[in-house]
Ligand binder design. Sequence first.
Ligand code: ADP
Ligand code: MG
Length: 244
Amino acid sequence: MPEPLIELNAVNKWFGSLHVLRDVNLTVDRGEVVVVIGPSGSGKSTLCRAINRLETINSGTIIFDGKPLPEEGKQLARLRSEVGMVFQSFNLFSHLTILENVTLGPIKVRRESKAVAKERAMKLLDRVGIGNQADKHPGQLSGGQQQRAAIARALAMQPKAMLFDEPTSALDPEMVGEVLDVMTSLAVEGMTMIVVTHEMGFARHAAKRVVFMADGELVEQAPPAEFFDNPRSERARDFLSKVL
Ligand code: ADP
Ligand code: MG
C-alpha cells in the first residue's frame, strides 16, 4: 500500500450557517492525479484552500505528507511551499518580470541564491514553453502564457503536490489547450495533483480518479472511464447531462 500524500478525514467546514464541506474523506496517493468536478458552489475551491490551509476547518483532520496541517508560523510557510497552488486568476505580480515572479519565492522563502533560483526558473519557463518571455511583464503576455508562468512559479518552490483550481476557466478557448498540455506532462512525470476543472477531456485522459462533489459532499469517486460511462448517483448523472 502506498502511503497517501494527502489525507482528509471527516472534514467539516462552515461559513456561518452554510455547511460547505460535509464529512469529506479523501486520500490522494503520491503521484496520483485526482480531478474534482461538481456544480458551482459545491465546495471545490474551499476543499483546495483547506488543503493549503488558506482556510481553516471546523472539524476533522487533514494530513499532508504524514503530518497534520500546521496552525501557523514556520511550519505553515513550509507547508505552503510544499503545496503549489494555481488559481483561475493567475495572481502574478504585475510590477515584476516573469522571471522575477518565478524566482521571488525561492529567494525569499527558500533562501536560494539569485543565481540558483534564476537557473531553475529559466529551466521551468523553458519547460512550460515561455523561456523567451522571461524579461517581460505579465501584462505583455497572453492569458495562456501568464497561466503557464504561474505554473512555473509554483513549480519553482519544488512542491510535493500541486493544486489547480479551475486553471483554464478564465482563458480564451484557444489558450486552454496549451495550459492543459503543461498539466498533462506534469501528471505523466508523476506529480501528485488535485485539479478542479470543467475540462472533461482532461479528466478522462489525465486523471487516475474523478471525485464528484455536490453541496459540500463528496458524492462519488471512481476512475474516469467508470465515472463518465456509468455515474452511480442521480446528482452526478444530472451534472454530466449538463456539461457533456
Ligand atoms: P466551488 O469552488 O465549488 O464553486 P466554493 O468552495 O467556492 O465552491 O464555495 C462553496 C460555498 O461556500 C458557496 O456557497 C460559496 O458562496 C460559499 N463561500 C465560499 N467562500 C466563502 C467565504 N469566504 N465566506 C462565506 N461563504 C463562502
Ligand atoms: Mg471554485
